[in-house]
Every structure is written in structure tokens, then in C-alpha cells.
Design a protein around this ligand. Structure first.
Ligand SMILES: Cc1cc2nc3c(=O)[nH]c(=O)nc-3n(C[C@H](O)[C@H](O)[C@H](O)COP(=O)(O)O)c2cc1C
Length: 191
């Protein structure tokens, strides 16, 4: 069966660096037989987690009926999640952060003690694409690691991280063959 990929474009720039790298990943994955569904988060209307706890007390999903509901369902059904994000103030974009906070709805009510913490099936893979203007690789290297801790609880046991440093303007990543190669290699590893 072909692998289902859900790819989230977390940059507001449709031709931005993270999107260009993610697109190369997707194209390679498609050539290898994967199905790819993409969402441009910036075009969607949604709120962050409201901490209402309805997903722990009354429902097995998020109660909010906004544009992110479809994204959360798609991720639930997928085998591979791709998150492409620019670094803003040393963090993922706010569009991505709001998505991540809403994945709180995937946790089962007793996720603190239950060995099966998540409503997602285990064995998923994740690809995290991070672009930054800063040239030093050491800078912001902890961003994925911090989120991976939580995504591991949701069953994402295998990860590929693609980082692009010193890419500031639209078009910077397009000319970087090294980055395109990383995207292609990551696709070959995960699909
Ligand atoms: C609001 C804002 C905050 C930014 N903060 C950082 C930062 O903290 N560190 C950094 O290296 N680059 C920072 N940048 C630069 C972006 O990370 C860089 O341009 C990146 O390639 C953008 O990705 P994109 O082309 O996919 O949108 C910032 C850019 C913006 C617009």
C-alpha cells in the first residue's frame, strides 16, 4: 500500500525557502509511490488550543470546528507527517505552533499514566524542515529536539530533520543544490 504523507507548509510565503525544500521532498516521495496531501497553514482560519479539555472529558477529538479540524484528521490517517517551518524569533512560526498545540487533542485522557498515550497509531514517521537566516548551525538546533519529545509520545518514532541555515530571502534555497539533495535523500529514507 502506498504511504500517505501529510505536509504542512508553515511559512506565510508560498515560494519561501521551507516550502521549496518541502516541495522537493514531496516530489521525490511521489515518484517513489507515496500519496501527498498538503496544507498551507497560513491560508487556513484557526485558533490555538483553548484548554477547554473537551478532548479529555467528552470527545475523542478537538471540539473546535475551524479549518484545522481537517488537518488534524488528515494527520491522524497519515503515515508520514512533514512540517516545514521558518524560524521566527528562535521558534517555529506561529502558524505551526498553533497546530502543534492543537495536537494536544490526540492525547488520551490519562496520557500521563497510560502507556498508550496517544490516539494516533504508532509507527509514524516525521520530517521536520527548518529554515533560518542565521548562518550558524548551532543556533536554533534545539528547536526540533524539544518538539520531538512530544511527537514521540504520539507515535512518531522515526524522524528526519532537514535544516537550512543562511537562507533569508525568497529564492535563497532554490539555488542550494545541497538542500535539494537533503530533501531527496530524506524522501528515499522515509518512504
Ligand atoms: C518575523 C521573523 C522572525 C525571524 N526570526 C529569525 C530568527 O530568530 N533567526 C533566524 O535565523 N532567522 C529569522 N528570520 C528569518 C527566517 O527564518 C528566514 O528568512 C527563513 O528562511 C524564512 O523561511 P521561509 O522562506 O520558508 O519563509 C525571521 C524572519 C521573520 C519574518
Amino acid at each position: 500500500m502506498s504511504k500517505k504523507i501529510v505536509c504542512l507548509f508553515g511559512s506565510p510565503r508560498p515560494k519561501g525557502n521551507s516550502t521549496v525544500i518541502a516541495k522537493r521532498f514531496n516530489e521525490t516521495a511521489q515518484k517513489l509511490g507515496a500519496e501527498v496531501q498538503t496544507f498551507s497553514l497560513n491560508k487556513l482560519q484557526y485558533r490555538g488550543c483553548q484548554a477547554c479539555m473537551t478532548c479529555k472529558t467528552k470527545l475523542d477529538k478537538c471540539v473546535l470546528k475551524d479549518d484545522l479540524a481537517e488537518v488534524l484528521e488528515a494527520v491522524k490517517d497519515s503515515d508520514i507527517l512533514v512540517i516545514a517551518t521558518p524560524i521566527y524569533y528562535g521558534e517555529v512560526s506561529s502558524q505551526v505552533k498553533a497546530f502543534i498545540d492543537r495536537t494536544f487533542s490526540y492525547f488520551v485522557p490519562d496520557f500521563g499514566t497510560n502507556p498508550y498515550r496517544s490516539r494516533l497509531k504508532p509507527g509514524k514517521k516525521m520530517v521536520f524542515i527548518q529554515t533560518q537566516g542565521h548562518p550558524e548551525e548551532k543556533r536554533f538546533e534545539d528547536v526540533f529536539e524539544r518538539y520531538a519529545f512530544f511527537f514521540d509520545w504520539h507515535g512518531f518514532g522515526y524522524n528526519q530533520v532537514i535544516r537550512a541555515c543562511e537562507v533569508m530571502n525568497v529564492g535563497d534555497a532554490d539555488t542550494r543544490e545541497d538542500l535539494m539533495k537533503l530533501a531527496e535523500e530524506a524522501a528515499k529514507k522515509v518512504v
